[in-house]
Design a protein around this ligand. Sequence first.
Ligand SMILES: Cc1cc2nc3c(=O)[nH]c(=O)nc-3n(C[C@H](O)[C@H](O)[C@H](O)COP(=O)(O)OP(=O)(O)OC[C@H]3O[C@@H](n4cnc5c(N)ncnc54)[C@H](O)[C@@H]3O)c2cc1C
Length: 385
Amino acid sequence: MKSDITYDLLIIGGGISACVFASKYLKNKNTKKVALIEAGRRLGGRSSTRISKRFKGWKLNHGSPNINIYNRNKNLLLKSYIDELLDNEFIKNDDSELILLGEESDLETNIESEFSFGLNYQSLFSMSQLSQKIIESNNLHDVIDFYFGTLIVDLEFNNKEWILTSNNGDKFKSKYLVCSTNLLLHKRSLKILNINQIPLRKAIPKNKDKTIDLLLNFLNKQSFIPRLTYLIYTNQNYNYKDCYLKKNRYFYLKKNLENKHKFERVIFQLQDDNKLGIVVHSRNIDFFNSYTNTKDEDVFKQKIFTNFNELFEGNSFINQLNFNEKISIMKWRASQPSGCAVPLSLQFSRKYRIGFCGDWFQCEGFGRIEGAILSALILVNKFKI
Ligand SMILES: Cc1cc2nc3c(=O)[nH]c(=O)nc-3n(C[C@H](O)[C@H](O)[C@H](O)COP(=O)(O)OP(=O)(O)OC[C@H]3O[C@@H](n4cnc5c(N)ncnc54)[C@H](O)[C@@H]3O)c2cc1C
């Protein structure tokens, strides 16, 4: 039980928005007692990295593989933060090849994906390590208590402090709270956490605070694009047909090809030992469901390899998979917020001493890393404690 410690600030979530917020907010404030609570095993959230125990040395970025910054509104806060990441050598320009596969799997150069607009940057480390570097950048690693593998399931506010309860019964107390995930604010929490009231609504009843009421109303209308990620661990001698040497190679599929092959993007990620990892994103959950209903997982895996081989048949860069490559599958129930975005004016409630950040806010980059970073930078300026 952590009930004996009262923190000045608790941060729920360890994705990139939480890390940016913590690093900027806590700079020069290291007298504060802060804890970050994350359900997963490491930092990064949906911009994270699978480090396999089975496949030693493999690091596959299974969510967002890079960062694209559009910044059409020329936001100076965002621009100077990206410059800072570049100066610190945390990111660099991503000069990987971006290829759009069109009608007949032929190559086109004009890519129209929201994940490639603007300037593209690559982490100099894995995506998880990028979040870690960000949080360590102002010597904060020792300032913050990190609780991994800890899922918050209940929120309570008793006028004096926030009391958070985790799935294993731990209690965390704090004067101030930052929530970087919208799970505890959204109706999907009822099913996922097996509870009967949205945690934030339970903590702050209706008509107590206009900001919170509006925030919950907006979120109630927010939907999510689910995604599947297939991580393919290729064999020792699998390689490109040509002599491409850069770290990543991204293939985007046009809608008709996506419908046919059930893949959205195929990302080749060069590993430190020159092996090639392949990450496939799919928005086609029905395809997954129809195959996972079969008891034999191998049938499903074979289907993915078949689709891959059909997609790249005759391609001048990509070799066929030979079916004894290894694969693991991840299901993201809420990979990307969609539809109704939450106005930034609802990011902070002074009365309840709670702030919010993440890619679910209405700003440039809604549903992307750009929005996650920007919302965190804006929250820093609103959060006065
Ligand atoms: C497959 C996939 C591909 C993507 N591709 C791109 C791309 O190419 N470009 C791009 O810009 N964006 C992409 N995105 C979106 C991008 O990953 C997100 O916009 C960004 O990572 C969001 O960061 P965040 O900090 O707002 O949220 P998150 O990364 O989701 O962080 C929230 C954290 O809170 C934790 N958490 C949630 N609930 C609780 C709880 N109750 N208790 C404790 N911890 C909790 C979660 O585990 C998570 O780590 C992709 C996403 C996915 C899934």
